[in-house]
Design a protein around this ligand. Structure first.
Ligand SMILES: Nc1ncnc2c1ncn2[C@@H]1O[C@H](COP(=O)(O)OP(=O)(O)OP(=O)(O)O)[C@@H](O)[C@H]1O
Ligand SMILES: [Mg+2]
Length: 385
């Protein structure tokens, strides 16, 4: 039995969820969501099999169609408590491979899942890839968002530095997206200058693919890191839709191994959409009381917006220096989130790089890095290992 299959359970009632949790106890990769949340989470989670329990509002057929269109290779099993011939016929027509009546047929479920995972392994073998072997599985890139509720904490510096180092130190395909739609920022730290911006992708948003992205992205000179620059225009920013941001991120993750997103501090629908679509959030923070206070407000806001950060958000401490108001151990006592990296303050080094129009790191395994760049590289290598 292969219990490594990636499952997503969509269930609205706790009683059903409990029942399934028990039935799926031997599976290691099971995530749970509700019919309300599934549209936002499906792409990020990228399950192989979706167990969809008939939603309370009866939107089962529509959800099956949606999941099928977002996950063409995904397998959908529909679970329901009522035998309803018309519904079940429509469900199967919409793309579910199977339906199971609960609780009577629940024992069939693991049996079906075993068969499915066996078939999947056969297919994988045919394609010559192992299920877990590949370092970068095509089609499912990781999306990392850099966020902070406080302006000027160093998001752009770290997001650009991280993306650059990741590109230099690996063979992965990396895309940086600057979602600071009004003011930009990435162009300054990477010395890019172009009229082409991510707003040029709006007209093709419904069929967006790798070529469209390539045609619009700019390449950093040293690393060839691809960057989608900000339009830096209030009106364009104003008119951008959540649907565009969501499609942009989904198309990017299909074409790149890593998608790094630099986000603005203000929380609006677009920032929210990007955070929802991200696999991981790096929250950038400085060692002072205002940073801690804002972090708490953001945690609270995330809770209210139902942005699930469990296991999905880490803090990056930036601007570490001798005159910090707090120490790292003070910070650990004040917040619960794990700390992913610590980056030193390095005014002279960073200023010099910005003034010369040079990125913090220019080649792989570079020897003479300034302290901040060393810290970022160390963090990237840890992430890659
Ligand atoms: N570790 C560091 N050492 C020295 N200077 C730094 C460091 N990190 C960031 N800076 C500098 O601090 C300033 C703010 O950084 P940055 O623009 O990355 O912050 P931000 O959070 O993106 O701000 P904004 O809210 O404007 O988007 C920049 O001038 C940057 O060069
Ligand atoms: Mg910024």
């Amino acid at each position: 039995m292969n219990t490594g299959i990636k499952l997503l359970v969509v269930a609205d009632y706790d009683s059903v969820k409990d029942l399934l949790q028990e039935a799926l106890a031997s599976y290691q990769q099971v995530e749970y969501t509700t019919s309300r949340e599934v549209k936002k989470e499906i792409d990020r989670i990228g399950p192989q099999v979706v167990l969809l329990v008939q939603p309370e509002d009866g939107s089962g057929v529509e959800l099956v169609q949606y999941i099928q269109s977002e996950l063409p290779e995904g397998i959908i099993i529909f679970l329901t408590e009522k035998q309803d011939f018309v519904l079940l016929r429509d469900i199967v027509r919409a793309g579910a491979v199977e339906y199971i009546l609960m609780p009577d047929e629940l024992s069939l479920l693991t049996d079906r899942l075993d068969k499915i995972s066996e078939l999947m392994q056969q297919q994988q073998r045919k394609r010559g890839t192992s299920v877990s072997g590949q370092a970068f599985v095509r089609g499912r890139g990781k999306v990392y968002s850099f966020y902070s509720g406080k302006g000027g904490s160093g998001r752009t510096q770290l997001a650009t530095g991280f993306a650059q180092s990741l590109k230099l130190e690996s063979t992965a395909r990396v895309l940086l997206i600057d979602l600071n739609l009004q003011y930009g920022g990435a162009e300054t730290f990477l010395s890019l200058d172009s009229n082409r911006t991510l707003a040029d992708l709006i007209p093709v948003m419904h069929e967006m693919n790798e070529n469209h992205i390539r045609n619009v992205s700019q390449r950093e000179n040293h690393s060839k890191l691809e960057v989608l620059l900000s339009p830096r225009d209030a009106e364009t920013a104003e008119n951008m839709t959540e649907e565009f941001v969501s499609r942009l991120i989904r198309a990017s993750r299909r074409s790149y191994d890593f998608v790094i997103i630099d986000l603005p501090a203000n929380m609006n629908e677009l920032t929210y959409t990007a955070l929802e679509e991200s696999d991981f959030i790096y929250y950038v923070m400085n060692l002072d009381t205002p940073s801690v206070q804002i972090f708490r407000l953001v945690e609270d806001l995330f809770r209210r917006l139902r942005i699930d950060t469990a296991g999905r958000m880490e803090v990056v401490v930036n601007q570490i220096g001798r005159d910090n108001e707090l120490t790292i151990s003070d910070l650990k006592g004040l917040i619960n989130a794990p700390i992913a990296a610590e980056v030193r303050r390095d005014h002279r080094g960073v200023q010099a790089a910005v003034n010369q129009g040079l990125p913090l790191q220019k080649e792989a395994n570079e020897k003479k890095l300034i302290p901040a760049a060393k810290d970022i590289r160390k963090w990237v290598l840890k992430k890659l290992s």
